[in-house]
Ligand binder design. Structure first.
Ligand code: C5P
Length: 224
């Protein structure tokens, strides 16, 4: 079975990203490249990473008018990413056009609320209600706009999975039970996220920051 783990290579350093990916490739299902990598290396950097033969998750969190996002996705489609992110807050027309512009094999998933935002940020940006309500509202928007799924925190998977059983749920912010944050009560383990309905587990530093990334990825995979 293909691993649900996508290793997050959050670095603008192409050599380092390539080195880590090459070391863990046998124990992950794909690699996630974000804005910092893309800003530094662009499509050529993505193509270089694709030579490793792993599916590529382009986490660019697109958010603009529908026409601009659709055109950007048409261009990114040439890279055949397995997963692409957009912001659900971009609205229904943007989400529909994003999905229509993507290759059929690319899963387009929506970011609901950045985990860096707190209750005060919601108030500042004019959003009433709780963070949970906002996530559920945007998940519903993504579903009815025809997207494949959403990005959500480990603590929200169960509720989103109930509301959208067929949704493709991408879950970041995970920590292995034996990791440094293992004694924190609210940390969700990769296994718990999988059991709650996660389709993809995004794991960065627990793998990329380990002395032996290959062993770390293998150990996490063994818990699933
Ligand atoms: O923390 P870690 O290094 O595993 O993060 C991997 C990815 O998950 C990062 O690319 C980051 O964008 C995302 N993340 C998140 N919310 C968190 C922690 C990480 O969205 N609380």
């Amino acid at each position: 079975m293909t691993s649900p783990i996508y290793v997050a290579l959050d670095t603008p350093d192409l050599a380092r990203a390539h080195d880590v990916a090459a070391r863990v490739r046998a124990h992950v299902g794909g690699i996630k490249l974000g804005l910092e990598f893309f800003a530094a290396h662009g499509p050529a950097g993505v193509r270089e990473m694709a030579t490793l033969g792993l599916p590529i998750f382009l986490d660019l969190k697109l958010h603009d008018i529908p026409n601009t996002v659709a055109k950007a996705i048409q261009a990114l489609g040439l890279l055949a990413p397995s997963i692409l992110t957009v912001h659900a807050a971009g609205g229904r027309a943007m989400l529909e056009d994003a999905k229509a512009a993507a290759p059929v094999a690319t899963r387009v998933v929506a970011v609901t609320m950045l985990t860096s935002l707190d209750a005060a940020d919601l108030v500042d940006t004019g959003v009433g209600g709780s963070a949970h309500d906002q996530v559920m509202r945007l998940a519903d928007l993504a579903r009815t706009a025809g997207l494949d799924g959403i990005v959500c925190a480990g603590t929200e998977i169960a509720a989103v999975h109930r509301a959208w059983p067929k949704g493709f749920l991408v879950v970041p912010g995970l920590r292995p039970a034996d990791g440094a944050a293992g004694d924190q009560k609210r940390v969700v383990t990769p296994r718990a996220a999988r059991d709650a309905g996660a389709s993809v587990l995004v794991i960065g530093r627990p793998i990329t920051g380990a002395d032996d990334p290959d062993q770390a990825a293998r150990a996490i995979g063994a818990t699933l």
